[in-house]
Design a protein around this ligand. Structure first.
Ligand code: MEV
Length: 312
């Protein structure tokens, strides 16, 4: 049976602004999704943990699965039914890119099962077809990060650029709020865009500037400056209305425990917070844990592990 993996992601700077054409920085993390695929005599079926859908269901997941398969059929000129199983070692709905990781893993495993070269462009398009069903009009950053292990510079509509990173970043990741739907938070920000166009554009441009500063800081390992960028980005996200008291609280706890900067990551409204740590995430993880916040450490920009995401 064909098998493939894909990463979850952290957006370091620039969520939401990226939807409006500003640059953002994201990176894959070592947690993600694995998919197994094989040809089938029956209708295509997808098992995701305990839930199962077939291609003729009307659920969102079934429609996303069909959209992904349709893009592959266009490339293969063959309508092969597939049986696909997916496991996930990331919580879904918390801004860590679980949905994009699932889509990329399925697309890679499906290509392998039907003996088609898993070209990056094809995987990207198939995974974005899946994402569009859930998120309407995603920027594509989640899928791009799910396919990259190194940090990337991402601008909507352009190929992502791998970012030089002078030394690996040590991050702590908290599951600080309940899951929230990305499309709901994107719509909330869209309302601000429609109501206050000039102020909105200024805020979005400030976030774009932060991405440029963070890129420079990453290249030179200027962690204090990068931490400042995290904090300033968080203030902008709060002003956009996508932070919550839980997310603000988790950022404050991390800073008090020595983090150089902290911000929500992903769409917000709940979900995850990232904290940039100097050399070890331990103090921040302990501080979160003592307040009952689940968390884990993540390294970004380390040398890619020998087991590539595509490897079976
Ligand atoms: C979600 O991970 C990131 C957002 O910027 C939406 C998108 O880019 O499609 C909130």
């Amino acid at each position: 049976m064909a098998s493939a993996r894909a990463f979850g992601k952290l957006i370091l700077i620039g969520e939401h602004a990226v939807v409006y054409g500003c640059p953002a920085i994201a990176a894959g993390i070592d947690k993600g999704a694995r998919a197994w695929a094989k040809r089938s005599e029956h209708i295509s079926r997808l098992s995701l943990g305990v839930s199962q859908v077939t291609a003729d269901d009307e659920s969102e997941t079934a429609r996303a699965f069909v959209a992904l398969l349709e893009r592959l059929y266009e490339a293969t000129h063959e309508r092969t039914a597939l049986e696909v199983d997916v496991t996930l070692d990331l919580p879904p709905g918390v801004g860590l890119g679980a949905s994009a990781a699932i889509a990329v893993a399925i697309a890679r495993a499906a290509c392998d099962a039907v003996r088609v070269q898993p070209e990056s462009q094809l995987i990207l398009e198939a995974a974005n077809a899946w994402e569009s069903v859930f998120h309407g009009n995603p920027s594509g950053i989640d899928v791009a990060a799910a396919m990259a292990q190194q940090p990337i510079w991402f601008v909507k509509g352009s190929a992502p650029t791998p970012l030089p990173c002078a030394a690996p970043l040590c991050l702590a990741v908290a599951l600080a709020g309940p899951p929230a739907a990305t499309h709901r938070m994107v719509s909330k920000v869209r309302e601000l865009h429609d109501q206050h166009p000039p102020e909105f554009r200024q805020a979005i441009d400030r976030i774009g500037d932060l991405a440029a500063r963070a890129r420079q800081a990453l290249a030179c390992s200027e962690l204090v400056e990068l931490g400042r960028c995290f904090n300033e980005n968080q203030r902008e996200l709060q002003a956009l209305g996508v932070s919550t008291p839980d997310l603000e609280g988790a950022c404050d706890v991390a800073r008090a425990a020595g983090a150089l900067g902290a911000k929500l990551t992903g769409a917000g409204g709940g979900g995850a917070v990232i904290a940039l740590c100097d050399s070890s995430a331990e103090r921040v993880l302990e501080a979160w844990s003592s307040r009952g916040i689940q968390a884990f450490a993540a390294q970004v920009g380390a040398n890619p592990s020998p087991q590539t995401p595509e490897a079976s």
